[in-house]
Design a protein around this ligand. Structure first.
Ligand SMILES: CC(C)(COP(=O)(O)OP(=O)(O)OC[C@H]1O[C@@H](n2cnc3c(N)ncnc32)[C@H](O)[C@@H]1OP(=O)(O)O)[C@@H](O)C(=O)NCCC(=O)NCCS
Ligand SMILES: CC(C)[C@@](O)(CC(=O)O)C(=O)O
Length: 511
């Protein structure tokens, strides 16, 4: 019996539907390369018809990775399918993912279509795609609120038309494990040709059931699980794929399934996705949370000292968590730094090492103790700055005014080399600098709606990591930056968000 479970990662598509997450092409490629190292089988890289930028990113991902299959989402229309063909139809390692909603509420209220029309669209679009792709996944959106007989009818028609994977998403996170199992059992028993295709689950976490629903469906014959790293995604998110992988591995005795996942890559992948999406990992998050391997109460600590297995079912090192170790000092050399990166699982080229080494020396001048987390942070060029990044923070000066008010003078370098100056006053240094940035770069209808600061490692001189969320013309954008100086990190994070807004619109002016 084949025990292999295929993992389908949609961090770059459903994950990007998380409010406020916008990934540029370089960031999508960086995540895809990590997913490849992690051992993901299928990467959903985007929705090619959504925008020319998304189509280009899907293509860039297909070009960058070799092992995983790369797919793009498409509606059941020729234009969407053509967008996928144009983006990735000429690669060998690609496929398409076509969907249409099947539930009564979606048919009637959203699509304005009858069952017959949905059936026809589904079959027609899969037949058209089959002329270009041999891997065709078909999803019945809102499957868990669809009449079971109708699901089988759709499944039969799309299999006849050439679908190779059938996905029954719990689009709104509504189903229960027992109901989800019944759905798959019904479809298996009532759909001619079903044995020819792979069955897939795709669970959202609106009621916190995404993991149990996904795992339960495996018991009903599902061999592909879809999800996102860190459980991001539309609304409450998708199932966290690292949780699926860690569960199947830790309880192999119970489930008896294999995945292609290289568990030791989990922590690195999770951190990268958090960094690039600007979504912090909650400390109590299963598998990858900062507290997941900490033991705080006496009886637990006593047990762990005597034998770690008393309270640890998964070893932190198994998923690639490194202990916070004091690593190196001001006088360490290039080779020691390179070795350290290798030990932490990062490959650093000679050119990159040169650049990082000078950053390392700067950091060592400013920070007494350097930890593993600090040197991993050095790998980050400040938020990925592709050609669409127009503004770079240069410097600032701050003046304390009476009544605890601050005045900030800020300088921002434009892509064309000119320096834009801004002045702002506010209740604190960051408020003043943000107002200064607002006067330098004028973006109408924009407001800061969230600001968070974390420390990357230990100690009072730790590197600060700032996350911001900015709303502009009704859309949310993230920004993130790190620096030993938290005021610089704050300014950089805000400018990162402004660059992401500007990349989406060409009509913003500077004054
Ligand atoms: C895809 C996108 C370019 C379409 O834009 P649009 O053509 O202006 O259409 P809207 O988004 O306003 O509305 C969606 C339309 O698609 C239809 N539709 C929805 N799902 C469909 C499907 N699976 N197959 C065919 N048509 C579908 C809707 O009924 C609606 O049609 P209508 O305009 O006749 O009412 C745009 O919505 C977008 O960029 N979306 C981002 C990606 C996204 O939505 N992802 C969610 C994945 S489920
Ligand atoms: C394409 C499909 C699997 C989808 O992701 C579509 C969607 O985003 O609604 C879902 O959750 O049903």
């Amino acid at each position: 019996m084949n025990n292999r479970i295929y993992l389908f990662d949609t961090t770059l598509r459903d994950g990007e539907q998380t409010p406020g997450v916008n990934l540029n092409q370089d960031e999508k490629v960086e995540i895809a390369l990590r997913l490849e190292k992690l051992g993901i089988d299928i990467i959903e890289a985007g929705f090619a018809a959504a925008s020319p930028g998304d189509a280009a990113a899907v293509r860039a991902v297909a070009k960058a990775v070799t092992k995983p299959l790369v797919v793009s989402l498409a509606r059941t229309n020729k234009e969407d399918i053509d967008a996928v063909i144009n983006a990735i139809g000429d690669f060998d390692n690609t496929g398409i993912h076509i969907f249409i909603a099947t539930s009564p509420i979606h048919r009637e209220r959203k699509l304005g279509m009858t069952k017959e029309q949905v059936l026809e669209k589904a079959a027609e679009s899969v037949a058209y795609a089959a002329k270009h792709f041999s891997h065709i996944e078909f999803s019945c959106e809102d499957a868990t609120r669809t009449e079971l007989e109708f699901l089988s009818e759709v499944a039969e028609k799309v299999i006849e038309a050439g679908a190779t994977v059938l996905n029954f998403p719990d689009t709104v996170g509504y189903t229960t494990p027992t109901e989800y199992i019944k759905l798959f059992e019904y479809v298996k028993a009532n759909t001619p040709g079903i044995e020819k295709v792979r069955l897939s689950c795709h669970c959202h976490d609106d009621l916190g059931l995404a993991l149990i629903n996904s795992i339960s469906s495996i018991g009903a014959g599902v061999t592909q699980v879809e999800g996102c790293i860190n459980g991001i995604g539309e609304r409450a998110g998708n199932v966290a794929l690292e949780e699926v992988a860690a569960l199947l591995e830790t309880r192999k005795d119970y489930y008896g399934k294999e995945t292609g996942i290289n568990l030791v890559e989990i922590a690195r992948t999770s951190k990268l996705v958090s960094r690039l999406t600007g979504i912090a990992i909650p400390p109590n998050k299963a598998v990858v949370g900062g507290n997941a391997y900490s033991h705080s109460s006496g009886i637990h600590q006593d047990g762990v000292i005597k034998d770690k297995s008393t309270y640890e079912i998964l070893k932190p090192e198994t998923i690639g968590f490194t202990e916070t170790k004091l690593v190196m000092g001001k006088l360490s050399g290039r080779n020691a730094l390179k070795k350290r990166f290798e030990k932490l699982g990062y490959t650093v080229g000679d050119e990159q090492l040169k650049e990082i080494f000078s950053k390392y020396k700067n950091l060592a001048d400013r920070k007494k103790e350097i930890f593993d987390e600090d040197i991993i942070a050095l790998l980050e060029t400040q938020p990925s700055k592709d050609q669409s990044y127009i503004y770079n923070f240069k410097d600032f000066s701050l003046h304390i005014l009476p009544d605890n008010q601050y005045r900030a003078f800020v300088n921002i370098v434009h892509q064309d080399g000119s320096v834009i100056e801004g002045i702002g006053e506010g209740n604190g240094p960051i408020d003043a600098i943000y107002k200064g940035i607002d006067t330098a770069i004028s973006i109408p209808d924009t407001e800061l709606i969230d600001y968070k600061i974390n420390s990357i490692s230990k100690g009072k001189d730790s590197i600060g990591e700032v996350f911001v969320k900015v709303r502009s013309k009704g859309s949310l954008y993230q920004g993130r930056a790190i620096n030993v100086d938290i005021i610089v990190a704050s300014a950089d994070a805000y400018i990162d968000a402004i660059n992401r807004i500007s990349a989406h619109s060409e009509d913003y002016s500077t004054i």
